[in-house]
Write a protein that binds this ligand. Structure first.
Ligand SMILES: [Zn+2]
Ligand SMILES: [Zn+2]
Length: 127
């Protein structure tokens, strides 16, 4: 049974209200990405089709992606500021400025393991 686009849209709207998400963008059709906001305030761009067919969750809640706000909050907890995300050949890193004003980049995995500014660490070791 092939469902009409109207039925897919209805399913989509039902799922959205069940999950207490908000639709930020304009619904065009089931294949066009639409900006959504989950109940935690994360915003992402799924297509209605993936929500309906794969019952896919918010990318950030599903931990498929790190929400920039989480990175900033963690940086602030360590006394620094989040600057940007960088990808290179096989590397993924964040750039921060620490409370001593060092700008540094750090591997994403190392950051979440608790590593922080190397210059500060070196200075600590010298002292
Ligand atoms: Zn979310
Ligand atoms: Zn530092």
């Amino acid at each position: 049974m092939v469902r009409s686009s109207e039925e897919i849209k209805q399913d989509f709207l039902n799922i959205v209200s069940l999950r207490r998400w908000h639709i930020i963008g304009e619904y065009v059709n089931s294949k066009t990405p639409i900006e959504m906001e989950c109940e935690k305030g994360h915003r992402w761009f799924p297509t209605p089709n993936t929500i309906v067919n794969n019952s896919s969750n918010c990318l950030y809640c599903a931990r498929k992606k790190r929400w920039p706000g989480d990175i900033q909050a963690e940086a602030e907890r360590r006394g620094g500021t989040y600057v940007r995300y960088e990808t290179g050949s096989g590397t993924r890193s964040y750039v921060f400025i620490c409370h001593n004003n060092h700008e540094f980049s750090i591997d994403v995995t190392l950051f979440w393991r608790g590593e922080w500014c190397r210059k500060c660490k070196e200075n600590e070791n010298d002292a």
